[in-house]
Ligand binder design. Structure first.
Ligand code: TYM
Length: 362
């Protein structure tokens, strides 16, 4: 593809690997590097945990992984500076409490590694306006106030491509909502390679696996569970205490029918499908088994068990988060050490990129 040529979003160019088992299978273990990121824009919720963080914990046993708290992405929308600092620490504490090991993985915050911004600029010059115009997440976030959205929010996917390709990562574990951004990352990599006549960047593979790739709101089973939903009752935050979790689950939207005996009975029942799916993901049982277990039950009986399960899974993580929150010095040290390792990994790659582009480094 040459500069200005239209983007092809064909399925062959953007294959999504789906993995329903506990552990993802990445075929060739050599030359695999995993990168993923999470925004420090508010509370971590069950969607972040089941759609991303829990999967990251599993991947760390087998792959070289970088996990990034993407503070530069966060500031594409207004963040109160003091809250941003607190959120970076809290999200990092959440990652550690969920079981990510800062020795085996590189855990850091994006703004500490300047290469992300430097490569993002180059990618802003590779990506086309038309490509970014098609990004559904920008449309959703900018809403009716498009003209008032920050330039950073529009260019967001070029920074995301830079995050991944600064380390030549090959696999990116994410929830469904990030799929389109990863397709764009592949297109940017391909266009860079073609424009400069090099075989430099790998074409990244999204890793979308597990049972909860798209966790929905507790108030509306057709809307994604999200940090930006104004209603706190729409999500279970990783920091919610047991009583809050019980109340939120009790208030979760349902429908009048009893629970079905198989997944087929969940058609056109988005709230029931979401709640049973969440139960299955948390208990690590299939949707079939979960349906069989609650076949014919009322929502109120199911909700009692669901709340108990949620508290038992999140409780130990919360205890550890509280312990880490009392020790911000430790969290900061983890990020500092991670950023140092990330910079070392990125430096030779960025030097090569800049040479390919033709920057003069006398
Ligand atoms: P963010 O911070 O919105 O979400 C972090 C991760 O959580 C997943 N996730 C969900 N999964 C299932 N159901 C949900 N309701 C749900 N909500 C969130 C997201 O898919 C994601 O995996 N742009 C990214 C951050 C990012 C990034 C990157 C990711 C920046 N650079 C490079 C991968 C690689 C974002 O806003 O994620």
């Amino acid at each position: 593809m040459t500069a200005g040529a239209p983007l092809r979003h064909n399925s062959a160019a953007a294959t999504t690997k789906r993995h329903h088992g506990k552990r993802p299978r990445v075929t060739d273990r050599t030359m695999q590097r995993i990168f993923s990121g999470i925004q420090p824009t508010g509370n971590l919720h069950l969607g972040n945990y089941l759609g991303a963080i829990r999967n990251w914990v599993r991947l760390q046993d087998e792959y070289e992984c970088l996990f990034c708290v993407v503070d530069m992405h966060a500031v594409t929308t207004w963040q109160e500076p003091r809250e941003l600092v607190a959120n970076i620490r809290e999200v990092t504490a959440g990652l550690l409490a969920a079981g990510l090991d800062p020795e085996r993985n590189i855990i850091f915050n994006q703004s500490q590694v300047r290469g992300h911004a430097q490569l993002a600029w180059i990618f802003s010059c590779v990506a086309r306006m038309g490509w970014l115009n098609r990004m559904t997440q920008f449309k959703e976030k900018a809403g009716k106030h498009r003209e008032n959205a920050s330039v950073g929010l529009f260019a967001y996917p070029t920074l995301m491509a830079a995050d991944i390709l600064l380390y030549k990562a090959t696999h990116v574990p994410v929830g469904e909502d990030q799929k389109q951004h990863l397709e764009l990352t592949r297109d940017i990599a391909q266009k860079f390679n073609n424009d400069f006549g090099v075989e430099f960047f790998p074409l990244v593979e999204p890793l979308i696996f597990g049972a909860a790739t798209r966790v929905m709101s507790l108030r509306d089973g057709t809307n994604k569970m999200s940090k930006s939903d104004p209603s706190d009752y729409s999500r279970i935050n990783m920091t919610d205490d047991a009583d809050t979790i019980v109340v939120k689950i009790r208030k979760a939207k349902t429908d009048p029918a009893p629970l079905p005996e198989s997944p087929a009975g969940l058609e056109d029942r988005p709230e029931a499908a979401n709640l049973l799916g969440l139960y299955g993901a948390l208990s690590e049982t299939s949707l079939e088994e979960t349906c069989q277990r609650f076949a014919g039950a009322s929502f109120s009986d199911f909700k009692n068990e669901f709340a108990e399960l949620s508290v038992s899974v999140l409780g130990p993580i919360q205890d550890e988060m509280r312990r880490l929150s009392a020790d911000p010095g430790h969290v900061d040290a983890v990020l500092r050490q991670g950023a140092g390792r990330a910079r070392d990994l990125a430096a030779p790659i960025l030097a090569e990129i800049e040479e390919i582009v033709g920057y003069l480094r006398p």
